[in-house]
Unconditional design. Structure first.
Length: 463
């Protein structure tokens, strides 16, 4: 029944994918140019379908993995202070200057990277690079601003504790990477946030915001022009020196945490298995594996005709409100897993079906139509990112900083085409079969399967 429904979808998806690829042919360059400047900053640029809008951003090797228990949260703290004013521009001047250009600024911090990004008209790229260089190199960091931001961070942390969609992934990293840098949260602990001083922020800025830890990425820009304006704007930035934390390594540990709260209406459940890091030869195969499993939400109303077998099953059997499959790569390791929202009654059945799907796909239960459809979906997703200059710049910046190399969209598409069913089976055998999962469950969890039972479902089926 599933294949009969999938085949018409496959035909439509193939036609759509071919049309999309034809439309984007002009932008599918074989390589993305990379230049290393005199102070070791690397500059990379790529194509976008947007005619007038460009994105330029600065990606920095700064995040919670480079912190310690005492200063945990300092990367996030520093990033949040960036647009609060510099030694040259106060906050209002900064806002006015950006608004007059019709531009926008954004920033975020993850476990391994911090990014400062500007979107603007192409003609204004030099001005935005100058602004980004100023906020990165010369933040004012006044004591009053620091205290205001400290209060805001603590308030956000308290609010996040009631956002179970976020909390569950903090717990997941806590159990999956015990005693490793990836165990630390991005926002920090109450104790560390309260004790971070101005000197801590300045010291972290000096040691981690250096040329050898920075990538400047642009989309919709001339590469040579971007190199020139970056060289000029960041001329005073230190090139840095060798860092002991450049090669931080985290080890996956299978275990679980169960938090019972019968007052919650649903169970938040997440399971993760060890996956490959950035730049691994099997990176795209894992991405395709994730695409095959798919996502589903009851509000979408497409479960009965979904290309995902798991989505069709969960929708027709009413096993859950939603599920989302994730593949999260880091420098030394990755996570492949599923986040499930269901009720207590259907918890065991829905968890079993999720675990069974990982086995089915990897143990020669994958139909060729499923693989072809997943490839078409993944190709279309990658090509459509060319319509957004931010996505192009982000992909380039994160990839070059995380792996030291960049694959162009043309190279990525070619590698996806080359993935076979045997490749899918191989990564299941090497990484996902008979392994200890990381498990988190929050809510009315009386019916959560025993950990050894869930672990057993990585190599045998329920009777």
């Amino acid at each position: 029944m599933f294949l009969n429904r999938a085949l018409p979808l496959l035909k439509r998806t193939k036609r759509t994918s071919k049309n999309i690829k034809k439309r984007y042919t002009t932008y599918l360059k074989e390589t993305a140019p990379v230049t290393t400047l005199s102070n070791k900053i690397r500059v990379v640029s790529g194509e976008t379908t947007q005619d007038e809008i460009a994105t330029v951003g600065v990606w920095i090797k700064s995040g919670s993995v480079y912190e310690n228990d005492k200063n945990n949260g300092v990367s996030n703290f520093l990033e949040r202070l960036a647009f609060k004013g510099t030694n040259k521009r106060n906050q209002q001047n900064l806002v006015d200057e950006v608004e007059k250009l019709g531009a926008s600024l954004n920033a975020y911090t993850s476990k391994e990277q911090t990014a400062y990004v500007a979107r603007c008209f192409k003609k204004d790229v030099p001005k935005l690079v100058d602004i980004l260089s100023d906020v990165i190199q010369n933040p004012a960091l006044s004591n009053d601003t620091i205290e205001l931001e400290r209060s805001a961070i603590l308030k956000d942390k308290l609010q996040n504790e009631h956002n179970f969609g976020k909390v569950i992934f903090d717990y997941l990293h806590d159990v999956a990477f015990q005693g490793s840098p990836l165990q630390r949260t991005v926002i920090g602990t109450d104790e560390s946030i309260k004790n971070i001083k101005r000197d801590d922020l300045i010291n972290f800025l000096r040691t981690h915001y250096t040329g050898d830890r920075i990538v400047v990425a642009g989309a919709g820009v001339n590469h040579e022009d971007l190199c020139n304006v970056t060289e000029k704007s960041f001329s005073s930035l230190s090139s840095g020196s060798s860092h002991t934390d450049d090669t931080v390594s985290s080890k996956f540990t299978g275990s679980q945490v169960i938090i019972r709260d019968d007052l919650l209406p649903e169970v938040h459940f997440a399971v993760a298995l060890p996956a490959v890091p950035w730049g691994h030869p099997n990176f795209l195969t894992f991405l395709l594996f994730r695409t095959i499993i798919g996502d589903w939400d009851i509000d979408l109303g497409s479960g009965n005709n979904s290309s995902s077998r798991l989505a069709e099953l969960i929708a027709t059997e009413h096993l859950a409100q939603s599920f989302k499959t994730f593949f999260t790569p880091y420098q030394s390791v990755g996570l492949l897993g599923t986040y499930l929202l269901t009720d207590s009654k259907h918890l065991e059945d829905s968890v079993y079906e999720v675990m069974y799907e990982y086995q089915r796909i990897g143990k020669k239960g994958l139909a060729s139509a499923e693989l072809s459809t997943a490839k078409a979906i993944l190709r279309s997703t990658i090509l459509k990112r060319l319509d957004n200059s931010f996505h192009v710049a982000e992909d380039l910046g994160r990839s070059l900083l995380g792996t030291g190399a960049v694959q162009s969209p043309a190279q990525i598409l070619r590698h996806i085409d080359e993935i076979t069913e045997n490749d899918i089976h191989r990564i299941q055998d090497e990484h996902l079969y008979d392994t200890d999962p990381a498990v988190v469950a929050i809510g009315p969890v009386a019916n959560v399967p025993d950990y050894n039972t869930i672990r057993g479902w990585t190599y045998w089926n329920r009777i």
